[in-house]
Design a protein around this ligand. Structure first.
Ligand SMILES: *Cc1c(COP(=O)(O)O)cnc(C)c1O
Length: 229
């Protein structure tokens, strides 16, 4: 199978998993994580129907977003202060915000560019030391602090589950969904309505994420690698 075919197969599986979970497939965006391929790989995924892509490095995000402006480009990697302008210039949604100092820089860059930058706050639900993200208990305060920034809009939460154990992955995803619901219930109505995004699930655990309420799954290897099973 090539990339276009694999994209179609994954999209069909995602839709089937939504149906099985009693969810409308239109509620879940399949983000094709194209970090391991070049522009030709992106073009092949687009042939398969992909319209949302994820990148974890600004050096890849910027040229690909410029080359495929008809797609939505999601930044899912570590944020470095000096690259924030590039990221804000290209990203539809930033999934990996976990520091207020970055939020303030994103706000300034977005103001300069005349946009409102949508972001997700990355939460380390599992507590694994190797994972980035803020502690669950700090998320509400950060959402509130970001609400004071006029060019940043927090659209929800993102997490990465520990790899290799579907029961633990499911627990992490359910934990993120519960945290998002609790934050939503303490926000003013005007903010709560837009706080609806849950980015969780990758090639190895997206089924658990959809069952737990993901609105975005970030899938790389299952689309772009012929070695993934
Ligand atoms: C690479 C990456 C993915 C995709 O992972 P796969 O296992 O290849 O599907 C998802 N999210 C983040 C943050 C990533 O860095």
């Amino acid at each position: 199978m090539g990339i276009a075919e694999r994209y179609r197969a994954v999209a069909a599986e995602v839709a089937a998993a939504c149906a099985q979970a009693g969810r409308d497939p239109s509620e879940v965006t399949l983000i094709a994580v194209s970090k391991t391929v070049g522009c030709d790989g992106v073009a092949q995924a687009m042939d398969g129907g992909a319209r949302a892509f994820g990148e974890n490095r600004p050096d890849q995000l910027v040229p690909k977003a410029a080359g495929f402006p008809q797609a939505a480009w999601h930044f899912i990697g570590n944020i470095q202060s000096r690259r924030i302008r590039d990221i804000v210039g290209s990203a539809t949604l930033i999934h990996s915000l976990c520091e207020m100092r970055h939020a303030r820089k994103i706000d300034a860059a977005a103001a300069d560019l005349g946009k409102i930058q949508e972001v997700l706050i990355e939460v380390n639900v599992s507590g694994e030391l190797s994972k980035s993200g803020i502690a669950p208990g700090d998320a509400l305060a950060m959402v509130r602090e970001c609400a004071a920034l006029s060019h940043v809009q927090v659209r929800g939460l993102m997490t990465m589950a520990p790899a290799g154990n579907s029961a633990i992955a499911r627990e992490s995803f359910e934990g993120l969904a519960a945290l998002a619901a609790s934050i939503r219930s303490s926000l003013p109505e005007s903010q709560a309505a837009a706080f609806d995004g849950l980015s969780m699930g990758m090639s190895g655990d997206w089924r658990e994420a959809i069952a737990a309420g993901a609105t975005m799954v970030r899938i790389g290897r299952a689309i772009f690698s012929d070695a993934f099973e």
